[in-house]
Unconditional design. Structure first.
Length: 575
């Protein structure tokens, strides 16, 4: 064999050693790279596991955008106490003007701005055509309208203008329309709540960790609807400029219904709606007149000033310096306490307050919260016109029958709840309370005083100014109040605030109802009378039979408050 061929087939030993060494180095390098890759994957997996553990144990689990969060509404839902939706998010269309939609640098619209504005006006009759035309002509991008219905969006598309885009975005919707608007408020364009519970709950409703759970209010939409309906009817029948009402649970302070008219529609805030957002129940203070008389009598009973209900009090005109306190009608020279409330005597109430003393009446009013803004979650709460620390004799007398002090209807409702529920005042709330969650409150009246006031309030509805509120079988008790509105140079005799404050059923009170009409006029419906006995009281008389069964109160004409010991004090009551 040729030696050269042998050398070519079998390299020398030194060369083979070098090749083996290079092969080993390559294998070592490959192993190292594999180990590094494995280590990197293990490290990444470890970091991922630690992140999962951290997020699972921290509230910040909701900080990142996850599939679960993406499926949540942008704002939490609000419901009534029975789960009826009051405010929720839903996908809606908006009308957006995009002048660059054509993309050729030419005119943004196919047709003239005037032609397009006229077309939009035909779709949206409330749209300001001149403003829209000017906006289109300016070439400035932006919203032309929000909350566009699908059928409206289709009609916009039919205009054939690419610049009129219809983006879909989440929108706040109020399924009940204007119902309970003053309780709910609305959501502004910036996504934040305004006015009502939308403002109060804004942070809670926007929190990703909480917005999947609806917030239940104390409102019962069945009761709310009935209240608004009867207030609107009373407003129209008596040609009043406004109305307000509240239904309150006497034992918990929960608000079952709260209405202020005129109302607004939170789905569409226009100029008229914005002007109607003022809440007459919680934000407007009024002199509520004779509805204060039972509170004064209760304070006098509690203090021992009124012990003998057969005692006759002087009912003639009260003379204090240059002031004269009179009754609207003459009821005789003397009256007992029952007659005083039934006939609504200013003069006897003033004399009872005079004997009670300013400090004791003032303390009772403070215990009822009359000197502070009303207790409720709503941001709009009116500050009372409070007489101050030192009440002169004449001020004490006028406050006793609801003049010289101005409070909200909510103040009055909470005070009446304390007067009939056994004597305990509790703050009002718009949150649904679970059993046992009602606040303890503070005692204002003795239980015996509360029991006596239930008798007297019931007598007013049977024999006195509250007869038009007496719903058969529901044992309504309450007091009217008609006060002149103050104006320049004194009180305006032609402008009244008419109020009826009531509770039912009086043998075991469960709910307080306050209705108020602002500047009612004498009409055929009210026999041309303007006082509460003829306009505010009938609203309660119609409302209670509607809401009673909804609230578990059935009519029962076999039951009533035992007033047998007071009947002899009222001439003709035994007939």
């Amino acid at each position: 064999m040729d030696p050269l061929a042998v050398r070519t087939a079998h390299p020398p030993i030194s060369e083979r050693s070098q090749l083996m060494s290079l092969r080993e180095e390559a294998l070592d390098t490959a192993r190292m790279r594999i180990l590094l890759l494995v280590a990197l994957f293990v490290f990444i997996a470890f970091l991922g596991l630690m992140r999962i553990v951290y997020l699972g144990s921290s509230d910040r689990a909701y900080a990142a955008t996850t599939l679960e969060e993406a499926l949540l509404p942008a704002r939490g839902e609000i419901t009534d106490r029975n789960g009826v939706p009051l405010a929720r998010m839903f996908p809606a269309y908006s009308l957006w003007f995009n002048p660059d939609a054509m993309g050729d640098g030419g005119a943004p619209l196919v047709n003239s701005p005037a032609y397009v504005a006229a077309g939009l006006k035909a779709i949206f009759p409330d749209m300001d055509q001149a403003k829209i035309e000017a906006r289109l002509a300016s070439g400035k991008a932006g919203y032309l309208r929000r909350r566009v219905l699908p059928e409206e969006a289709n009609r916009v598309q039919e205009l054939g203008e690419l610049a009129l885009e219809m983006p879909q975005e989440p929108d706040r919707h109020y399924p009940q329309g204007s119902m309970a608007a003053h309780v709910l408020g609305h959501v502004a364009a910036d996504g934040h709540g305004r006015v009502g519970m939308e403002q109060v709950l804004d942070e809670r409703l926007r929190d990703p960790a909480l917005r999947g759970t609806p917030v239940a209010l104390s409102i019962d939409m069945r009761v709310q609807g009935a209240l608004e309906d009867e207030l609107e009817r009373g407003m129209k029948l008596n040609d009043a400029m406004g109305a307000a009402g509240i239904v309150l649970d006497v034992d918990t302070g929960e608000v079952l219904a709260l209405a202020s008219l005129p109302e607004f529609n939170p789905n569409k805030i226009d100029q008229e709606g914005a002007s109607n957002m003022f809440n007459r129940v919680t934000n407007q203070v009024y002199e509520l007149g004779s509805t204060f008389k039972p509170l004064t009598v209760a304070a006098a009973i509690d203090a021992g000033v009124v012990k003998d209900f057969g005692r006759r009090w002087d009912a003639k005109t009260v003379h204090i310096g240059k002031s004269r306190l009179r009754d609207s009608h003459s009821y005789g020279e003397t009256l007992n306490v029952a007659q005083t409330l039934i006939h609504s005597s200013n003069t006897v109430t003033a004399r009872i307050a005079d004997e009670l003393g300013a400090e004791r009446l003032r303390r009772t009013m403070m215990d009822l919260g009359m000197h502070e803004r009303p207790y409720i979650e709503l941001p709009a709460r009116g500050h009372p016109i409070w007489p101050g620390e030192d009440w002169p004799r004449i001020r004490n007398m006028t406050v006793s029958y609801g003049h010289g002090i101005a409070v909200t209807p909510l103040h009055l409702a909470s005070a009446y709840a304390a007067m009939v529920n056994g004597g305990t005042w509790r703050p009002a709330t718009l949150h649904k309370l679970a059993p046992g969650e009602a606040p303890r409150g503070r005692r204002v009246f003795k239980e015996s005083t509360s029991s006596r006031m239930r008798q007297l309030l019931r007598m007013i509805s049977i024999y006195g100014t509250g007869r038009n509120a007496d719903a058969p079988g529901y044992r309504v008790g309450g007091k009217t109040g008609s006060a002149e509105k103050p104006g320049q140079g004194g009180y305006r005799r032609t402008s009244l605030i008419s109020t009826f404050a009531a509770a039912f059923p009086m043998d075991r009170p469960r709910y307080v109802v306050v209705t108020m009409l602002d500047e009612p006029r004498g009409t055929v419906a009210s026999s041309y009378q303007r006082t509460a006995a003829w306009n505010a009281a009938p609203i309660v008389g119609r409302l209670v039979p509607r809401i009673g069964p909804m609230l578990g109160v059935r009519p029962d004409e076999r039951r009533d408050v035992d007033i047998s010991d007071l009947k002899p004090l009222i001439p003709g009551a035994d007939k």
